[in-house]
Design a protein around this ligand. Structure first.
Ligand code: FEO
Ligand code: CA
Ligand code: CA
Ligand code: CA
Length: 592
């Protein structure tokens, strides 16, 4: 048995069946509780949440909307910790009673509900349960659309970006650095801009590549309350988003950073590992159909003894994009080799005709020139600390086989879905259920430019012939659809959360061993409430708690504030995105 994969790491939890309940459903012998949800106080002076008395000022002191990435960072007192999370976006139709607020007020509240939160939490007794610390410790912080950021790295010197930016939006997934800061990805930033006239011609090539509007349009209408969101007036505002941001949760007064050296794209997130010679590598996916996977490798080495010496590590190094080459179908596996193609270092661009700043600001355009592989929506990518392999969620791509041709890493032009829990499987074009890709860096060294890869999971209903579960018996696995985020427990087991399940059931969290005789045995660990997506997931360092961020419960086309399709967590008549923890009643290891 490989280290870490012995009986201790077994995933013996009972399987949660596919369902449509408006609750978190967990295995037998487990309990769960909400830690914090939309509107709960974060900063001193925050009023008790009242859906009818919302103000932008109150929201800026309260927990924001649509919690996505979730991380726990330790404090010296081990009964306490900090919960850091992203507030990706807002669902106004579920936040505001019809006709209760004027248009400008709803926009300002929504803007304050975006961003990030740092929240003190405390352990309940000696169990795996955590609750929010009502003392609101000094670390508590809200970052919103108005928070000042410092842009660092080569693009800060470029007039299109500059050294200062305000706010962070579309924050999806993220990662923690070895020095205890949080990285967060600005993903769908393009949807926040209006254009009152026309965008200056010099910007249109770039904007079109990112889906940023170039002609007269109103999207969220934020430009009516903050003129910088009108790209006819301030086109450069679009270049201040699409970055990886770094936040120091231990220093609530610190200015968060936008790390331009990691490129500008629709970052899902960024996760960090240490290379064989002690440098830093960060993996980041560009979450849109047919986009690429990137890696940054630092010039400097990680200094374990001097925390602050690491604060500039993400500003100098080389940014790469991935090309996947298949080895053919004769072996019956989707696998092959790959190459990290350098795009630019902080000093020298490797893309002809583009400067260092050009490559970092228009990373998609730069990558287009070196023929990387167009992937099926690269989401969370993270290195397994036990076996050293890198796991990437490729959530789906309805256009695969259409405008994007198939290749061995993106092989499905057709796949099976079902509309309802008991409905028949129906064939659709494209890759609807997604993959989990397993990547091994050459020599197990994240600084190397060569790698091996294989599709570990071809997701879907196991009854559908195209699915593959790491070679495991398909009659003994849970259906899984649209993997989004990945995490690992202390034994190296992979935990996967899903977003957009097209098999007629709620999204959830799934466990799967990546080694040993049960490699590929996907089991559903929990399901999230109706029409929510499962974010996080996160397993605590002591393996006693699983954290799940329940994002957008009740987000359906037919829902209104007065007639919601979810009321989770059932504290009110409308849904509230919130973060929950799940633990074993007997205090044992989660997953077992
Ligand atoms: Fe915000 Fe890529 O999901
Ligand atoms: Ca093959
Ligand atoms: Ca995501
Ligand atoms: Ca998502």
């Amino acid at each position: 048995t490989l280290p870490g994969f012995g009986p201790r790491g077994g995933l013996t939890h009972s399987v949660v069946p596919p369902n449509r309940k408006d609750d978190i459903v967990i295995p037998r012998g487990y309990e769960q509780a909400v830690i914090i949800g939309w509107g709960d106080p974060v900063l001193p002076g925050a009023p008790k949440f009242d859906v009818n008395k919302q103000t932008p000022e109150a929201q800026a002191k309260q927990f924001g909307y649509n919690n996505d990435y979730t991380m726990i960072v330790p404090l010296r007192d081990e009964r306490k910790a900090l919960l850091v999370c992203n507030h990706e976006y807002t669902d106004e139709y579920l936040m505001f009673p019809t006709g209760r607020y004027d248009d400008a007020t709803t926009k300002k509240i929504a803007m304050a509900a975006h961003g990030m939160a740092v929240v003190g939490i405390e352990r309940v007794g000696r169990s795996g349960e955590w609750r929010r610390d009502k003392q609101l410790p000094k670390y508590n912080r809200r970052i919103t659309v108005d928070t000042e950021f410092e842009v660092t790295g080569p693009a800060a010197a470029d007039a299109r970006v500059g050294k200062k930016a305000f706010g962070t939006i579309g924050n999806c997934a993220g990662g923690i650095t070895p020095w205890g800061t949080i990285l967060s990805g600005e993903e769908n930033f393009q949807g926040y801009f209006d254009v009152s006239g026309a965008v200056a011609a010099e910007h249109t090539t770039s904007f079109k590549r990112y889906g940023v509007p170039t002609t007269k349009t109103t999207q969220k209408g934020w430009s009516t309350v903050d003129a910088r969101f009108d790209l006819a007036k301030t086109p450069t505002e679009a270049y201040r988003f699409g970055w990886i941001v770094e936040v120091d949760p231990y220093d609530p007064k610190s200015t968060p950073k936008k790390r331009s050296m990691l490129g500008r794209l629709k970052h899902e997130g960024a996760t960090v590992t240490i290379t064989a010679d002690g440098r830093i590598a960060a993996y980041t996916g560009d979450d849109e159909r047919g986009e690429y996977i990137y890696k940054f490798v630092s010039t400097g080495r990680y200094d374990e003894k001097n925390r602050k010496a690491n604060f500039g590590l993400l500003d100098e190094g080389t940014l790469y994009v991935a090309r996947f080459t298949g080895d053919g179908s004769a072996d019956g596996l989707y696998d092959g080799t790959g190459q990290w193609i350098p795009l630019t270092s902080d000093k020298e661009s490797f893309v002809p005709g583009m400067s260092v700043a050009d490559v970092l600001i228009n990373t998609r355009l730069a990558a287009d020139k070196v023929s990387p592989t167009r992937m099926d929506r690269p989401e969370d990518i993270e290195r397994n600390p036990v076996n050293g392999k890198v796991y990437a969620a490729l959530t789906n791509n309805s256009n695969r086989g259409g405008i994007f041709g198939v290749d061995e890493a993106n092989p499905l032009a057709k796949s099976f879905v079902r509309d309802t829990l008991d409905g028949p499987l129906v064939e659709k074009s494209g890759n609807r259920n997604g993959y989990v890709l397993e990547l091994s860096e050459e020599g197990d060294d994240a600084a190397k430019t060569g790698f091996f890869w294989n599709l570990f999971l071809v997701c879907g209903d196991p009854a559908a012939q195209e699915t593959y579960f790491g070679g495991f018996d398909k009659t003994k696995v849970s259906p899984i659809s649209c993997p989004d985020n990945v995490a690992f427990d202390g034994s190296g087991n992979l935990w996967i959360s899903t977003d957009g399940n097209v098999l007629g059931s709620n999204d959830g969290i799934f466990t799967v061993p990546v080694a040993g005789p049960n490699r590929g045995q996907v089991k559903q660990f929990l399901s999230v409430p109706f029409a929510a997506e499962a974010c996080g997931p996160l397993i605590s360092d002591d393996d006693r708690t699983a954290f799940v961020a329940v994002q957008h419960p009740g987000e359906t086309d037919d829902a209104t504030f007065e007639k919601p399709t979810s009321t989770w967590p059932h504290t009110h008549k409308y849904p509230r995105p919130a973060i929950s923890c799940v633990w074993r009643k007997d205090g044992g290891r989660v997953g077992s």
